[in-house]
Design a protein around this ligand. Structure first.
Ligand SMILES: Nc1ncnc2c1ncn2[C@@H]1O[C@H](COP(=O)(O)OP(=O)(O)OP(=O)(O)O)[C@@H](O)[C@H]1O
Length: 801
C-alpha cells in the first residue's frame, strides 16, 4: 500500500463559542476554507452595498466553527493516529491566543466524557485499533513533558531526579542524527486504554495552571504528550519493526500583558511564553523557506524539542484556535498569520523502520551456516582436503594451547600454521599462559615475603606499626633476622592472653543473653556469678545500654509502615469487613463475567434474527410471486416451512428481549455491586485509620503522619465522603456508556489523588505557617507527587480552612 505523499502541514481553524461573534469583522468563506478579516467595523449598509475593504484574507485547510470535539478528532487527528500505528511520526498542535480553547481542544473538559479532547480520544482510538489488529504486536509508551519558564518538567515522574534543583530539573534535550530526545524523561509502558488515561490525568494534575483576566485556568506552560508506538509483525521473520511517535502539543497562549493585566509571576511566565512562541514562529518561517539551508532551533527549549516534529518526515497538523470576538481581532489575525506560515512547511512522511538486533543476529547466523556449507562444497569440488571451516572444537583449542606451552618451554621448535583461526587461537593461548605465569610468580612471592605496595602510605604505616622492619627504603619488605626477607615477629605485649580471650567470650555470651547460665550450677554460685557478671557487663556496656534502650524506645514510638499495619489489621480487627469486601469483589467479578457472556449471546441471537428474517422475507416473496391463497375467512394461507420460520423468528425475538432485559438488570446490578465493594473498601480504610491512630499514633499534629512521612487519614477523611458520593453519582450517570468506563475510572482515580494531595498541601501549609518556618509560597511545596508545582494558583486554592 503506498504511504502518504509529500504535502504541506495542514492547518484547521477552530473558533470557540463566544458571547458575541464579530460577524461584522470576520467572514468565513462558503468553501469552508477561506477567512476574510475586515479591519474596520462594517455597518450593515457597507457590508451589503459596496466597497468592502478586505484587510486580510487567509486560507486554511478547514474551518471548524462551533463544532463538537468528535468532529475535531475526526477531521484533524484520526488519520494521523492511524498512520502512527503504521510507523509514521505525527504531530498535532494547538496554537492561539490565551483563552481561545487550546487546552479544551487538546485535553477537553475532563469532567465530561462527551467533551473529552484530542488526547483521550487518540488513546481510545489507538487501543481499539491495536486490539482489533491480530497481525501485529504493539508496545505503547507514554511521556508527558512540560516546558515552564524555559525549564523542562516530567509530568509523569514519581521520583525526583537526581541532581534536580530549582534551576535544574534533571532533564535535558539532545539530538541523535535528527531525532530529538529528552534525557531523563520517563516513558511509561501502557497496555490498556485505562492505564494510558491514568497517566494523562496524573500529568494534568501536575501541570502549571494560573489565573488571569482572560482565562481563570490558563495553562502557563507548553505541554507535549507523546505516545511512542513500537510495532512488529507477529508471524513474519523480518528483522525490521517500526518505531513511531505522536506528539500532541498544547502550546501556552500568547497574550498581551496589558490585556491580561498580568503582574508578578504571571507576567514573568507570559514573558517566557511570548519569547518561546516568537522563536517558534521564526523556526517555522525558516522551515517554510525552501532556500534556507539552516534553521535555528536551539534558541528555546520549545523549538529544540519540536525540531523533528514540525514538517520533515513527521505528519504535522495544527489547530489555529481563535476567539472570534471584536476585542480579540488583533490576536486572531496574528494566529492566522502564523497558521499561513505553518501551511508552507513541507512534510515528507516516511515510515520509521528499525532493525531488531536479535532477529538480525539470527539471520546472520543462518547466512554464516550457509556460507560454510558452500565453502565445504567448494573444497570438495577443488579437491582441497584437511580444511575445515567450522569453529575450532574444544579439543583443537586444547591442542593449540599445548603446542604454545611446549614452544615456551622449548620442547617444540615450530608451530605449524594452517589457517587464520589457528593464529588467533594461538595468540589467545599465549596471553592466557602469560597471565597464569604472572599469577603463579606472585603467589610464590607472597608465600615467602610480605609484599607491600610501596606507593601506599597507609599500608607502609600499618606494617611499621605491626613491628615489621623494612629492608631498605626502596624495597619496603619486612626483615627481622638479617638472614633474608621474612614477616618478623609481633611484639610480646601485642599478644592477647588466654584469660583475656575467655573474658571476651563470656562477655559476648552475656551480651547475647545476660540471664543465661549453666543448668548444673548451684543457685548460690549462680546468683553470685550472675551478680558479678552483670556488674561487669553493666560496666562494659553502660554506654551501649543507654543507647540500646534509646533505640528500643525509638522503635516502639515509631509506627510500622501503613502497608504492614494494614496487613495486620486485615487479619485481626478488620477480619470481618475484609472478608465481606472480598466476597463482594468475587460477586462483582462473577456478575461482570455473566454480563460479558450475555452480551456475546445477545449478539449471536441478533445475527440469527437477521438471518431468519431474511429467510422469512424470501419465503414471503416467493409466495407473493406465485399468488396468494386465502381461506373463506379471508386469511392468507402459508405453507409449513414459512410458518416454521415465522415461529422461529418470534421465539428468537422473545429470547432476545429476555436476554436484553437480563443484560440491563445485570448492568444495574454491577453498578450496585461496584458501590458495595467501594463502600466496603472505604469502611475498611476508615476503620483501619481509626485503629492505626489508636494503636500507633499519639495525639497532636504529628498524629497524622506515619513513618513514611505520609500524613494520615484525618485530613483525608474529611474529603473522602464527598469524593465517594461523587464517584457513585458518576457511576450512575455513566451506566449507559460502557465505552466511557476506562475514561471515567481513570479520571475518578486522579481526582481522588488530587484531592488527597491538596489536603496534604493544606495540612503542610497550615503546619509551616503556624510553626512560622520559612516561606509559605506555594511554589515551594513538593508534597505528594514530588515534582508537583502549583504555579500562580487561582485565588483561594491553597487557603487554610
Ligand atoms: N470549543 C469550545 N467549546 C466550549 N468551551 C470552550 C471551547 N473552547 C474553549 N472553551 C472554554 O473556554 C475557556 C478557555 O479555554 P482553554 O483553557 O482551553 O483556553 P486556552 O487556549 O488553553 O488558554 P490558555 O492559553 O490561557 O491556557 C475554558 O473554560 C473552556 O472550557
Amino acid at each position: 500500500m503506498p504511504g502518504p505523499r509529500p504535502t504541506k502541514v495542514k492547518v484547521y481553524l477552530r473558533s470557540r463559542p463566544c458571547e458575541k461573534f464579530a460577524d461584522e469583522m470576520i467572514e468565513f468563506g462558503s468553501d469552508g476554507k477561506s477567512v476574510n478579516i475586515y479591519n474596520k467595523k462594517r455597518t450593515n449598509s457597507q457590508a451589503y452595498v459596496n466597497n468592502q475593504i478586505t484587510d486580510w484574507s487567509f486560507k486554511v485547510d478547514g474551518i471548524l466553527h462551533n463544532v463538537s470535539q468528535e468532529t475535531i478528532y475526526d477531521h484533524v487527528v484520526k488519520e494521523i493516529a492511524l498512520n502512527v500505528l503504521d510507523g509514521y511520526n505525527g504531530t498535532v498542535m494547538c496554537y492561539g491566543q490565551t483563552g481561545a480553547g487550546k487546552t479544551f481542544s487538546m485535553t477537553g473538559a475532563t469532567e465530561n466524557y462527551q467533551q473529552r479532547g484530542i488526547i483521550p480520544r487518540t488513546i481510545q482510538h489507538l487501543f481499539k485499533e491495536i486490539h482489533n489488529n491480530q497481525d501485529r504486536s504493539y508496545t505503547v509508551r507514554i511521556g508527558y513533558l512540560e516546558i515552564y519558564n524555559e525549564q523542562l518538567f516530567d509530568l509523569l515522574s514519581t521520583v525526583p531526579l537526581q541532581n534536580a534543583s530549582e534551576f535544574n530539573t534533571g532533564l535535558s534535550i539532545f539530538d541523535d542524527r535528527g531525532d530529538v530526545f529528552v534525557k531523563g524523561l520517563t516513558y511509561q509502558l501502557c497496555s490498556t486504554e485505562e492505564e494510558a488515561l491514568n497517566l494523562l490525568f496524573e500529568g494534568e494534575t501536575n501541570r502549571s495552571i494560573g489565573a488571569h483576566v482572560l482565562n481563570k485556568e490558563s495553562s502557563r506552560s507548553h505541554c507535549i504528550f507523546t505516545i511512542r508506538v513500537e510495532s512488529k509483525p507477529i508471524s513474519s521473520s523480518s528483522d525490521k519493526y517500526t518505531l513511531s511517535k505522536l506528539n500532541l502539543v498544547d502550546l501556552a497562549g500568547s497574550e498581551r500583558l496589558a490585556k491580561t493585566q498580568s503582574q508578578g509571576i504571571t507576567q514573568k511566565e507570559a514573558q517566557y511564553i511570548n519569547k518561546s512562541l516568537s522563536f517558534l514562529e521564526q523556526a517555522v518561517i525558516g522551515l517554510s523557506d525552501s532556500k534556507k539551508s539552516f534553521v535555528q532551533f536551539r534558541q528555546s527549549k520549545l523549538t529544540h524539542i519540536l525540531k523533528d516534529s514540525i514538517g520533515g518526515n513527521c505528519m504535522t497538523r495544527m489547530i489555529a484556535n481563535i476567539w472570534p470576538e471584536g476585542r480579540h481581532m488583533e490576536e486572531t489575525v496574528s494566529t492566522l498569520r502564523f497558521a499561513s506560515r505553518m501551511m508552507n512547511v513541507t512534510v515528507e512522511p516516511a515510515v520509521n523502520e528499525v532493525i531488531d538486533p536479535m532477529r538480525m543476529m539470527q539471520k546472520l547466523d543462518q547466512e554464516v551456516k550457509m556460507l560454510r556449507q558452500e565453502l565445504a562444497m567448494h573444497d570438495t569440488l577443488t579437491n582441497t582436503k584437511g580444511h575445515s571451516h567450522e569453529p575450532l572444537s574444544e579439543h583443537q583449542l586444547f591442542e593449540i594451547e599445548n603446542q604454545c606451552r611446549r614452544y615456551i618451554e622449548g620442547s617444540l621448535d615450530e608451530i605449524e600454521i594452517v589457517n587464520v583461526r589457528q593464529i588467533k587461537a594461538s595468540f589467545s593461548a599465549f596471553r592466557r599462559i602469560c597471565k597464569l605465569m604472572e599469577r603463579d610468580v606472585e603467589t610464590r612471592l607472597r608465600e615467602k615475603y610480605a609484599l607491600i605496595d610501596k606507593n601506599n602510605v597507609d599500608e607502609i604505616a600499618e606494617a611499621q606499626k605491626a613491628g615489621y622492619t623494612l629492608a631498605d627504603d626502596s624495597s619496603l619488605v619486612g626483615e627481622t633476622d638479617g638472614q633474608g626477607f621474612g614477616l618478623g615477629y609481633a611484639p610480646k605485649d601485642s599478644r592477647v592472653s588466654k584469660n583475656d580471650l575467655l573474658k571476651i567470650t563470656k562477655k559476648n555470651r552475656l551480651k547475647a543473653n545476660p540471664k543465661s547460665s549453666s543448668p548444673v550450677m548451684d543457685q548460690k554460685n549462680k546468683s553470685s556469678i550472675q551478680k558479678e557478671d552483670k556488674k561487669d557487663y553493666a560496666k562494659e556496656t553502660s554506654g551501649n545500654l543507654t543507647q540500646n534502650s534509646k533505640d528500643q524506645f525509638q522503635r516502639l514510638s515509631t509506627p510500622p509502615s501503613k502497608n504492614a499495619a494494614f496487613e495486620e489489621f486485615k487479619s485481626e480487627r478488620g477480619n470481618e469487613i475484609n472478608r465481606i469486601w472480598n466476597e463482594n469483589k468475587d460477586i462483582l467479578s462473577s456478575k461482570r463475567r455473566q454480563y460479558s457472556d450475555l452480551a456475546h449471546k445477545i449478539n449471536e441471537t441478533k445475527s440469527l434474527i437477521d438471518q431468519t428474517r431474511s429467510e422469512v422475507d424470501r419465503k414471503r416473496n416467493e409466495r407473493l410471486a406465485l399468488g396468494e391463497f386465502v381461506n373463506e375467512m379471508g386469511e392468507t394461507i402459508i405453507d409449513e416451512e414459512e410458518f416454521g420460520l415465522i415461529k422461529k423468528l418470534q421465539d428468537l425475538k422473545a429470547r432476545y428481549r429476555d436476554d436484553f432485559d437480563r443484560w440491563r438488570e445485570l448492568k444495574a446490578e454491577i453498578v450496585y455491586c461496584q458501590n458495595l465493594v467501594e463502600q466496603c473498601r472505604q469502611r475498611l480504610i476508615q476503620e483501619f485509620d481509626a485503629w492505626y491512630n489508636e494503636i500507633y499514633l499519639s495525639s497532636g499534629l504529628y498524629a497524622n503522619k506515619d513513618q513514611d512521612g505520609n500524613y494520615g487519614s484525618a485530613v483525608f477523611r474529611q474529603y473522602e465522603d464527598a469524593v465517594e458520593k461523587f464517584e457513585r453519582m458518576q457511576i450512575e450517570n455513566m451506566s449507559n456508556e460502557m465505552e466511557s468506563l476506562p475514561y471515567n475510572t481513570a479520571r475518578n482515580r486522579t481526582e481522588k489523588r488530587r484531592t488527597y494531595n491538596d489536603a496534604m498541601e493544606r495540612s503542610a501549609h497550615h503546619y509551616i505557617s503556624s510553626a512560622g518556618y520559612g516561606s509559605t509560597t506555594p511554589h515551594t511545596y513538593q508534597l505528594g507527587t514530588p515534582m508537583r508545582r502549583i504555579a500562580n494558583p487561582p485565588p483561594g486554592k491553597l487557603t487554610v480552612s
